[in-house]
Design a protein around this ligand. Structure first.
Ligand code: NAI
Length: 339
């Protein structure tokens, strides 16, 4: 089956070439992002592969469908960039990679946490300037601190395990408590209690209509005064303008973001010679206690290999038996959204 791969990155090509060769599929690499302007590039390809930065809105899906596409093979766990209701209406099958390495993302969340706490990013810059003073670099013991984990699925569970290793107390909020987390001593509490008691809050829930701007002005006001907030899930879970207002008031101690609401126009590209147009993002960059990475939580060798292999496996299953042949846990349906 021919697969048109949008937003194809050089690091993916050898991994996809190898997996597709084993399965006998043909690949059409497309460097451009998927948008209404680029759907024509996939014409005739029965399978189209989307990255998180691609636009899977209704008009785009209609154009792909008209061009002969029947399968959307997402190279991600998250699917908030795809209009699933429209895909369902068109009869487009949507398959994702539900788990490729929860370790990759959870470990990145911890990396942001430790970097911000011990100010490694600032120390790195200082020592290169031969400034060996410690003023302003004081951190805190992770041991015995309370960490609030929002969303304890695959990634949240791994994060809880690592944090337990540090000797943290863990509070969690998730409509579906995870038995593995309960077994390691995680205590599920209402969000208000998690906000009030946590020294660090790490977000690991998907972006859905319910979690959109979950961290808003009211939530920020309910948190401990110098709370550290880590978001490696999806940018839209945090109301960025409310976050900036709280940072300006000194209400938040530190923020680590791997995702940003409007990242589609910024991330996964080298914009180092262009003036940034997003003033909200530029304001975020000015805070010394904000650390931003450009959606690289997933970016480990193991995760990228797994993404390529599972994407190809999804296409193979679909080409052999249609949607019903795709592993049920890989299919994205309205049921996943409405619960
Ligand atoms: P998962 O599906 O295993 O777990 C998500 C958990 O969130 C579930 O336990 C679910 O019950 C919970 N949840 C749903 N609604 C909630 C709410 N309103 N409040 C609290 N919890 C809620 O997903 P997984 O694999 O752990 O991934 C989580 C998210 O991480 C993905 O949806 C994606 O947005 C993000 N992600 C980020 C990556 C990165 O590179 N930064 C890479 C992969 C995923």
């Amino acid at each position: 089956m021919e697969i048109a791969i949008y937003s194809a990155k050089p690091y993916e090509v050898p991994l996809f070439d190898a997996a597709a060769a084993r399965a006998g599929h043909t690949l059409r690499y497309i460097e451009a992002k998927l948008s209404l302007a680029t759907t024509e590039l996939a014409r005739g390809a029965p399978a189209v592969s989307l990255f998180v930065s691609d636009d899977g809105s209704a008009p785009v899906l209609r154009a792909l469908h008209a061009g002969g596409t029947r399968l959307l093979a997402l190279r991600s766990a998250g699917f908030n960039h795809v209009d699933i209701a429209e895909a369902t209406r068109l009869g487009l099958t949507v398959a994702r990679v539900p788990a490729y390495s929860p370790y990759a993302v959870a470990e990145h969340a911890i990396a942001l946490m430790l970097t911000l706490n011990r100010k490694v990013h600032r120390a790195f810059a200082r020592t290169r300037e031969q400034n060996f003073a410690l003023d302003g670099l004081m951190g805190f013991d992770m041991h015995a601190k309370t960490v609030g984990v929002i969303g304890t699925g695959k990634i949240g569970e791994v994060a809880c395990g690592i944090l337990r290793g540090f000797g943290c107390n863990i509070l969690a909020f998730d409509p579906h408590p995870n038995p593995a987390c309960l077994a390691m001593g995680v205590r599920y509490v209402p969000l208000a209690e998690l906000y009030a008691a946590s020294d660090i809050i790490s977000v690991h829930c998907p972006l859905t209509p319910t979690t959109k701007h979950l961290i808003n002005t009211a939530a920020l006001a309910a948190m401990k005064p110098s709370v550290m907030i880590i978001n490696t899930s999806r940018g839209g879970v945090i109301d960025t303008r409310a976050l900036i207002a709280a940072l300006k008031r000194g209400r938040v101690g530190a923020v680590g973001l791997d995702v940003y609401e409007e990242e589609g126009d910024l991330f996964f590209r080298d914009l180092s010679t262009a003036p940034l147009q997003d003033d909200v993002f530029v304001r975020l960059l000015t805070f010394p206690n904000v650390l931003i990475t450009a959606h690289q939580g997933f970016f480990t060798r193991e995760a990228c290999e797994a993404i390529a292999q599972t994407t190809i496996d999804n296409v193979s299953a679909f080409s052999q038996g249609g949607a019903t042949a795709v592993a049920a846990s890989h299919l994205v349906t309205m049921k996943l959204i409405t619960g």
